[in-house]
Design a protein around this ligand. Structure first.
Ligand SMILES: Cc1cc2nc3c(=O)[nH]c(=O)nc-3n(C[C@H](O)[C@H](O)[C@H](O)COP(=O)(O)O)c2cc1C
Length: 330
């Protein structure tokens, strides 16, 4: 009787397992790119799939997507990204839906994660906070985030300015929770590199734009396939926030960046010369050169996995290790 009584009154204390099966990679949420098909494909391929709630046009569509993802993902972890700033008119509905469909990971952007934490923890989910500076990371850690997503330099979309080489170790000095490193990670060796620096997961966005399952247009996919890192330009002149964009699409829109003042107020979804930023003026990070053709998500994940495994064997037999061994002997 006592055991039964204890079981009945004990608080729910489960924690959803978010470990990926194939690779320590979270497919990062991307406006205009990550939808239902991409998330499900990522989960099936053994990585964590995520989407920004803003990609669903209406709340009922978001509810349908989250229900389907929950049903199709099985045991695989997935996540939804919510803009927590008060400017997001749908914020409370999006929080309610993330909780109703028990998103294993809820990623908060542009705003404190506090108001999410109790509700998400109640069903065993985890709250990650997007951060772009060390001070911001410290604040989010103090507020109880389960994970920090470090948006580093070279990221697609609105970018951070700190190199992951400095950012990850700086955060690791005071934070022993889950660290997700983002920015320019387009190959498996880069996934391994951020792991070596102390990250738990790599946050990989642009590598999933040129996939069959993404929401990107054919023209956007083709622009990504054609681009190299040299085509990426970081500018505040389009939305008012630093973003990494593909220079050819800016030129195509007739925009002269050097003559253009950044807008006085932020407009994340600006239209310039009749071209919509993100839809007609394209974004990608410094890892873009790895997308050489349009492929399926499972092919991208298989390549990342192969490269990741090769990075381990390279670490074991790296010439510089041989060099230090011989210099030790001499
Ligand atoms: C086209 C595009 C749209 C993006 N939209 C969002 C978004 O809606 N919310 C968000 O938190 N991050 C967004 N990001 C940033 C990604 O989540 C991630 O931080 C970034 O893609 C990682 O860098 P990488 O592209 O070099 O891999 C976007 C990135 C791209 C390329």
């Amino acid at each position: 009787v006592t055991a039964l009584a204890v079981r009945t009154v004990a608080p729910v204390n489960r924690s959803i397992d978010i470990r990926p099966r194939a690779l320590p990679v979270i497919a990062a949420p991307m406006y205009g790119v990550s939808g239902l098909a991409l998330v499900v494909a990522c989960c099936n391929a053994g990585i964590v799939g995520t989407l920004p709630a803003s990609n669903a046009l209406r709340a009922d569509e978001l509810a349908d997507w989250l229900r389907t993802i929950r049903d199709e993902a099985g045991d695989a972890a997935w996540g939804v990204n919510l803009v927590m700033h008060s400017s997001n008119a749908r914020r409370d509905v999006e929080v309610e839906l993330a909780v109703r469909f028990e998103a294993p990971i809820v990623i908060s952007s542009l705003g404190a994660p506090d108001r999410l934490i109790d509700a998400v923890h109640a069903y065993g989910g985890k709250v990650f906070a997007d951060v772009a500076t060390v001070a911001h990371a410290r604040r989010a850690a103090e507020r109880g985030a389960d994970g920090l997503v470090l948006i580093g330099a070279g990221s697609g979309g609105h970018t951070g300015h700190l190199s992951p080489l400095g950012f990850v170790p700086a955060v690791r000095e005071f934070y022993d929770g889950i660290v997700v490193a983002g920015g320019a990670i387009g190959c498996g060796a880069a996934v391994r590199a951020v792991e070596v620096l102390g990250a738990t997961f790599a946050y990989v966005g642009s590598a999933f734009i040129a996939t069959h399952e993404s929401l990107a247009s054919d023209a956007y996919r083709a622009a990504v396939v054609a681009a190299s890192a040299d085509d990426v330009v970081c500018t505040r002149a389009l939305t008012g926030i630093a973003a990494n964009m593909l220079r050819p699409s800016i030129e195509e829109a007739g925009i002269n960046l050097s003559a253009r003042e950044p807008p006085r107020t932020v407009d994340a979804y600006a239209t310039i010369n009749g071209r919509r930023v993100w839809h007609d003026i394209y974004s990608a990070g410094h890892g873009v050169g790895h997308s050489k053709e349009v492929r399926s998500v499972s092919q991208v994940v298989a390549t990342l996995t192969r490269e990741y495994e090769r990075a381990f064997s390279r670490e074991a037999s790296h010439p510089s290790l041989a060099l230090s061994a011989s210099s030790t002997r001499s």
